[in-house]
Every structure is written in structure tokens, then in C-alpha cells.
Design a protein around this ligand. Structure first.
Ligand code: ATP
Ligand code: MG
Length: 343
């Protein structure tokens, strides 16, 4: 098992608790660094800042009421900052060796594989919190998830519940802790936590894979059940397709035949139509001639009727003349009789 050793190089604070101005605390020297100052000057705020930037979620652990309380809240002579930012610079002295290990065993690489691109084994971790509650984490100046930070520090003693930062009163807490609580601390120190977390993740993945497999098996069973019916349906569909094609071919032949027949009939009908048109023309001429003859006959009839009427008139006149003459004759006959009698 390989333990990862990290060296704290620098802590930068801006607007975090009592650090209103940008403050940089460097730990460049070898050996032990001590922060000394009077009560309330902000020594514990530095360790709070380190806790916070590593993803601490409990405001109580940070000695605050709620998370936004870590933002510098102002003084009578100074306005609140509205933003808290802490940046940590760490160094992995064995970075070259760890990077090579990460390349060989990426699953174990974790930490080293994350920062090789930053070069020289330098890792920067930053956290920002705005008064609105909006927050972000940055790993080597790139926005990342809190989970990435946790994963990065697994097994280094710097994660949540870590042993790397032991604040006021924590020693007493550890000594009076229950054995299983102490075990967690020892396991983290021994680098077991990282593997336990990975094992948990692997179990979760395995469980999810098992469930997926069960689902796939269910689906497979269902699909096999449907397969027979689908095969029958497919055979029917194929037969249907064949019959349809045959029907279409026969229909095409039939329609082509009918079309040809209709074409012939149309040609025949066109011929007949031509013939009929000629006959109609002849008939029209005949009708015209007969109409002319009829007209002449009408005129002749009218003339004869006129002559007849005139003859009738003449006959009437003659009849009257005859009447008158008959009267005259009768009168003359009577006179003759009378004269004869007298004579
Ligand atoms: P001791 O020696 O007693 O442990 P200390 O040096 O650890 O003290 P801290 O507890 O780090 O001191 O700092 C406490 C100071 O930080 C207080 O003066 C408090 O007013 C200030 N402080 C805490 N939170 C904020 C904040 N959000 N804004 C401004 N100042 C704050
Ligand atoms: Mg203190």
C-alpha cells in the first residue's frame, strides 16, 4: 500500500472570517511552522479556512451558525466583503513517482493523475462562497465538483473527518471517542479509507450491474417469448409481400391488355365517328335540299290557295248574278203570264 504525502506550501485567504484583505501565508521552510498571536487574532480561522477549502460542509465544525457566516461580516469601519475565497497550494514531493504509478495503474492513481498537467507536483484547491449562497470549487484553477476534491484527498488525511488537522479540543475528542470512531481515524491514517471508498463504489457498481443483468435477462426472456410469434408474423408478412407482388404483376398485365383493347376500340370508334360525321353531313345537305323544295311547295300552295280564293269569290259573284237573273226571269215570266192572261 502506497501512502501519499503532501506538503502545505501556501494558504491564501480573501474575505474569509477575520481575513478581510487578501492574506497569503507561506510554509516554505522545512520543519515545523507555528502561528503565534493573542487570543482572538484569527489563528483558528486559518485552520477553519483549510477545513473549509477541503469541502467541509458543517457550519458547526467551522464554528459558525450557517455557512455564509464564514464571509467577512464587516466591522464598524469596514463593509462586509460579500465573498469568501480560500486557496490552498500543496506539493507532492514524490509527484514524478506517483504520476508514473498513475499511468501504470490509473485506478489507483487518483491524486497524481489529476495534477500532472499542472506540473512539478503542485496542486491548487480553491473554494469560493458568495453572500447569495452560490459557491464553487476549483482544482488547478478549473471549476470542479466537491466530489472531485473528496476523491483527490482520499487517503491523504485531508478529507472530511481527517486527522491531518487537529484543532483545539480535538485531541480530547479522539481520546474519548468510541473504538469504531477511532478506527475510522486510524484507517484514514493507514490509507485504507481510499480503498474502502473504492470498494463501496465497486460494490455499488456491481449491484447496479447485477440489476442491469437481471433486467437484460428479463428482456431476453420476454424477447424469446415474442420471437416465435414474430417469426410467424414475419413469414406471413413475406407471403403477403410475395402475393402482393404477384397480384400487382397480374394486375399490370391485365391492365396493359385492357389498355391495348381500349386503344383499338378507340381507334375503331374514331373511324366510325368519321363515317357517321360524313353521313350526318350528307343528311344535313339532304335536309337542306328538302327544306328548299318544301319552301317552294309552300310558295306554290300559297299561290294556288290565292287562285282558289279568287275563284271562290268569282263563283260567289256569279251565283249572285245568277240569282238576280233568275229573279228577273221569274218576274218577266209572271209579267208574261199576266200579259198573256190579259190578252
Ligand atoms: P484563541 O487564541 O482564543 O483560540 P484565535 O486566534 O484562534 O483565538 P479565532 O477563533 O481564529 O481566534 O478568531 C476569532 C476572531 O475571528 C474573532 O475576533 C471574530 O470576531 C473573528 N471572526 C469570526 N468570524 C468572522 C467573520 N465572519 N467576519 C469577521 N470576523 C470574524
Ligand atoms: Mg483558537
Amino acid at each position: 500500500m502506497r501512502c501519499i504525502l503532501l506538503k502545505l506550501k501556501k494558504v491564501e485567504l480573501l474575505g474569509f472570517k477575520s481575513f478581510a484583505d487578501k492574506t497569503e501565508i507561506s510554509f516554505n521552510g522545512e520543519g515545523i511552522a507555528a502561528v503565534v498571536g493573542p487570543n482572538g487574532c484569527g489563528k483558528s480561522n486559518i485552520s477553519d479556512a483549510i477545513h473549509w477549502v477541503l469541502g467541509e460542509q458543517s457550519a458547526r465544525t467551522l464554528r459558525s451558525g450557517r455557512m455564509q457566516d464564514v464571509i467577512f461580516n464587516g466591522t464598524p469601519g469596514r463593509k462586509p466583503t460579500g465573498l469568501a475565497e480560500v486557496r490552498l497550494t500543496l506539493l507532492d514531493p514524490d509527484w514524478a513517482q506517483n504520476s508514473a504509478a498513475a499511468e501504470q495503474r490509473p485506478a489507483e492513481g487518483g491524486l497524481a493523475s489529476r495534477y500532472t498537467e499542472a506540473g512539478e507536483g503542485i496542486i491548487t484547491v480553491a473554494r469560493r462562497l458568495f453572500a447569495s449562497g452560490e459557491s464553487e470549487y476549483l482544482l488547478n484553477d478549473r471549476v470542479c465538483r466537491l466530489r472531485d476534491i473528496h476523491e483527490l484527498f482520499l487517503g491523504t488525511g485531508l478529507g472530511p473527518d481527517s486527522y491531518a488537522i487537529i484543532e483545539q479540543g480535538r485531541i480530547g475528542q479522539i481520546l474519548s471517542a468510541k473504538p469504531y470512531e477511532r478506527r475510522a481515524l486510524i484507517e484514514e491514517a493507514a490509507g485504507v479509507t481510499k480503498f474502502k471508498a473504492r470498494r463501496k463504489l465497486a460494490w455499488a457498481k456491481l449491484e447496479s450491474s447485477k440489476q442491469n443483468l437481471a433486467r437484460v435477462n428479463d428482456i431476453l426472456e420476454e424477447v424469446s417469448r415474442q420471437l416465435g410469434s414474430l417469426q410467424r408474423q414475419a413469414a406471413r408478412a413475406r407471403r403477403h409481400q410475395e402475393l402482393r407482388q404477384q397480384m400487382q404483376a397480374q394486375l399490370r398485365t391485365l391492365l396493359v391488355g385492357r389498355y391495348r383493347q381500349k386503344e383499338e376500340e378507340t381507334a375503331q370508334a374514331a373511324l366510325e365517328l368519321g363515317r357517321h360525321r360524313g353521313a350526318v353531313r350528307d343528311l344535313a345537305e339532304q335536309i337542306e335540299q328538302q327544306e328548299a323544295a318544301l319552301h317552294q311547295a309552300h310558295q306554290l300552295l300559297e299561290r294556288q290557295q290565292e287562285e282558289l280564293r279568287r275563284a271562290a269569290e268569282e263563283r260567289g259573284t256569279l251565283r249572285l248574278e245568277a240569282e238576280r237573273l233568275r229573279g228577273q226571269i221569274a218576274t218577266q215570266s209572271q209579267q208574261a203570264v199576266y200579259l198573256a192572261r190579259r190578252a
